[in-house]
Design a protein. Structure first.
Length: 177
């Protein structure tokens, strides 16, 4: 059933190329609201970058439920989710609150381990040191849009430099497991 979520899309005040403002309707107005909420979620908790399913769940679970009196086939408008509003209208505040609660578990009892990623975020030069960590270290690298550009690359050495591998990238974020 679609939609999964709804966002403000009717009578939204927006800027226009002539320098003024005008009211607009439709997905062209709702889409930026959802994109903005996703950006706020990732900003509140960078661990969520690249975790599309988790972000979708946060948005659905924190939506303000809306129903409708209209039915559509077997879909009852009075239920959540429904054919008109999905799980409801996005709620940026509640989504950010939920994002702050998101954690990942670390299943490692490493003592005296030191993982240093510097600088993070980085533009051109980056060094990762994993002193005292046994076994492979998994590194994921994301661009500023939250897109995974180097997925789950394990390495066993104690230091890695990534400056020449991504010469055209600007700001990227590193997550270490």
């Amino acid at each position: 059933m679609k939609p999964d979520i709804s966002a403000p899309g009717q009578g939204v005040l927006s800027s226009v190329p002539s320098g003024g403002f005008a009211f607009f309707n439709g997905t062209s107005m709702a889409g930026p609201h959802v994109a903005g909420v996703v950006a706020l979620i990732i900003s509140a908790n960078p661990l969520l970058a690249g975790r599309v399913d988790a972000i979708e769940n946060i948005i659905k679970e924190t939506a303000q439920p809306y129903t409708t009196a209209q039915n559509c086939g077997n879909s009852l408008g009075g239920k959540i989710p429904n054919h008109a509003y999905g799980y409801g209208r996005i709620d940026a505040f509640r989504a950010v609150e939920r994002a702050l609660l998101f954690t990942t578990s670390v299943k490692n009892d490493v003592k005296n381990a030191s993982i240093k990623a510097f600088p993070n975020p980085f533009e051109q030069n980056f060094t990762l040191n994993t002193e005292g960590v046994e076994g492979a270290t998994t590194v994921e690298i994301f661009n500023i849009n939250g897109q995974l550009i180097l997925p789950n690359e394990p390495f066993f050495i104690k230091s890695i430099a990534l400056s020449s591998r991504f010469p055209t990238l600007r700001v990227v974020y590193i997550f270490i497991k």
